[in-house]
Ligand binder design. Structure first.
Ligand code: ADP
Ligand code: ZN
Length: 529
């Protein structure tokens, strides 16, 4: 008596069950699929793990012709196509890793109408032969995966994506579906505009991932902090640890292994065979930790990743959200843990200052970093902040570190003034710039060699900041940086004032700071799903 025995089952549901083996659609899937099968354009914003693939795969199978999928994930095309073939779907791909023969086989299959899905690397569109090929076949739809790559504003711009608007000019009647897991309001608007998706229906799923517990802690000795986290809360669990550099990936993987936690490294400097081996071990084995640069993870579909840890500050909230989103796809409680410190800010500012590209590019990078810092230094619910960043509303979640142990905010105007006036005096009276370490030593009145050498004990500000500890002062510096009241520059991370600093020094502006909770949140209070 159920739908299963009905003879009038909708073709989409039939494909869902018969080909993919699932009972029912999730979230907006049914509506999106229905819309695209009907020939409509769609712009789909859905978090990682939300189930975007079916949104174009099923319409491609139901509609006449071949579904053409544009994807920048060249390294994964083989796996994606293999998985589809295993399910009985006729799929192929064209990208630069293929030889002539292999490419020709796929082209022949396409022309003979023997493909359901054709994955195309965006750089293929630069080749005239590709358009000529597409013109000789029948196209069911264009799917534009990772559509945020068209956005110059975003964090992952690919120039080849700009050519995608031409597809619409050549094939005005073929429906297009653009999909992404990263979209702020600005990116969202830019995708719609650049891809000419003015008439498309927009499907915006909630970006909330309620089973992920977000925690951001001050960085002290990151490897030990990580080990403590894994031993106390995630023994035997699979997880991903992100580090900024290849060297720290290697060191951290060794450190975990030496301490009895099975871990493998993953970064672009490893040879392809080692990378593939470590990735497939991670997918297949239980409880393996992969320590990786951000080269790892795009398109990785492992449901039971119990934690994602960052030992270095991500460059943007988009990146952070995408990386942490790899935890807990199965819906069970998972941890997103980030350790961040002053040095991260100094390092990232330096990377921005020395990055290729024009000033506008550097300004964009700085805006991304500032948003990330604001998330780190917030006294409010992390989840609410994240959702707001993506233009969505939320209520305090009760399941992030700031909800569990609310950090106090305190009036830090006086310490901020002391710190800023030290930076001011060094510059004004001595024409000198120093990093946070020296400035804090001056405030604390420490008699180090470096203090003596520069006669900093003669400054009127020497020793005026003994009410705070060294650690607390570092927190003040970090937060002033995050609030734009202070800046760092140059190779040595020297501190300099900003336009806004003057308001604080002139007592025109109060500075609210965050006091780190004594005992950071633990997963013990995670509600069991
Ligand atoms: P995304 O591309 O949005 O990150 P995927 O398309 O890779 O997500 O889907 C994530 C996981 O959810 C995959 O394992 C997929 O098979 C599974 N999935 C997607 N839709 C459904 C569904 N309707 N029912 C059950 N599982 C689903
Ligand atoms: Zn919260």
């Amino acid at each position: 008596p159920s739908a299963e025995t009905s003879t009038e089952i909708a073709p989409a549901v039939d494909v869902l069950r018969r080909v993919f083996g699932y009972d029912s659609f999730r979230g907006d899937q049914a509506e999106i699929i229905d819309h695209v099968i009907g020939g409509g354009d769609a712009l789909v914003l859905m978090p990682t793990g939300g189930g975007k693939s079916l949104c174009y795969q099923i319409p491609a199978l139901v509609r006449d012709g071949v579904g053409v999928v544009i994807s920048p994930l060249i390294a994964l095309m083989q796996d994606q196509v293999d998985a589809l073939r295993n399910a009985g779907v006729r799929a192929g791909f064209l990208n630069s890793t293929q030889g002539f023969e292999e490419r020709r086989e796929v082209e022949t299959a396409f022309l003979d109408g023997e493909l359901d899905l054709l994955y195309l690397a965006p750089e293929r569109l630069r080749v005239d032969a590709t358009t000529r090929l597409l013109e000789r076949g029948k196209i069911a739809l264009f799917a534009i995966d990772e559509a945020h790559c068209v956005s110059q504003w975003g964090h992952d711009f690919r120039p080849d994506y700009l050519m995608l608007s031409e597809l619409h000019e050549r094939w005005p009647d073929v429906p297009r579906i653009a999909l992404t897991a990263t979209a702020t309001k600005a990116t969202h608007a830019e995708i719609a505009q650049r891809l000419n998706l003015g008439d498309a229906r927009h499907f915006v799923a909630s970006f909330d991932r309620p089973n992920i517990q977000y925690r951001i802690v001050p960085k002290a000795s990151p490897q030990k902090q990580l080990l403590d986290l894994l031993r106390t809360e995630h023994p035997g669990d699979a997880g991903i640890v992100y580090c900024l550099s290849r060297a720290s990936v290697e060191k951290t993987a060794d450190f975990l292994t030496e301490n009895g936690i099975p871990a493998v490294p993953y970064h672009a400097g490893l040879d392809a065979r080692t990378r593939a081996k470590n990735q497939s071990r991670f997918l297949r084995e239980d409880g393996l930790v992969v320590v990786a640069t951000i080269a790892f993870g795009m398109g990785i579909d492992k449901p039971d990743v119990r934690f994602v840890a960052h030992l270095d500050l991500p460059k943007s909230v988009e990146g952070y959200y995408q990386e942490t989103g790899r935890a807990g796809r199965d819906g069970l409680p998972s941890t997103a843990w980030l350790a961040y410190g002053l040095q991260d800010v100094v390092q990232q500012r330096k990377m921005i200052d020395t990055s290729d590209g024009d000033d506008a590019h550097r300004r964009r990078l700085a805006i991304h970093l500032n948003a990330m810092l604001a998330l780190c230094e917030t006294v409010e619910c992390r989840r609410v902040q994240l959702l707001n960043y993506f233009g969505q509303r939320g209520e305090p979640c009760g399941n992030c570190d700031t909800c569990i142990t609310p950090p106090e905010s305190w009036d830090g105007t006086v310490p901020a003034q002391k710190l800023l006036s030290t930076v001011f005096r060094l510059d004004r009276e001595r024409g000198q710039k120093f990093g946070a370490g020296q400035v804090i030593d001056i405030l604390l009145g420490k008699r180090t060699d470096k203090i003596a050498q520069h006669r900093h004990d003669q400054l009127t500000v020497f020793g005026i900041g003994t009410e705070l500890t060294d650690q607390a002062w570092r927190g003040v510096v970090r937060q002033l940086l995050a609030q734009g009241l202070l800046a760092v520059e140059g190779d040595y991370g020297t501190l300099v004032l900003t336009d806004a600093s003057a308001d604080v020094l002139a007592r025109r502006r109060e500075v609210m700071l965050r006091r780190e909770p004594e005992r950071p949140a633990r997963a013990a209070s995670t509600p069991k799903a």
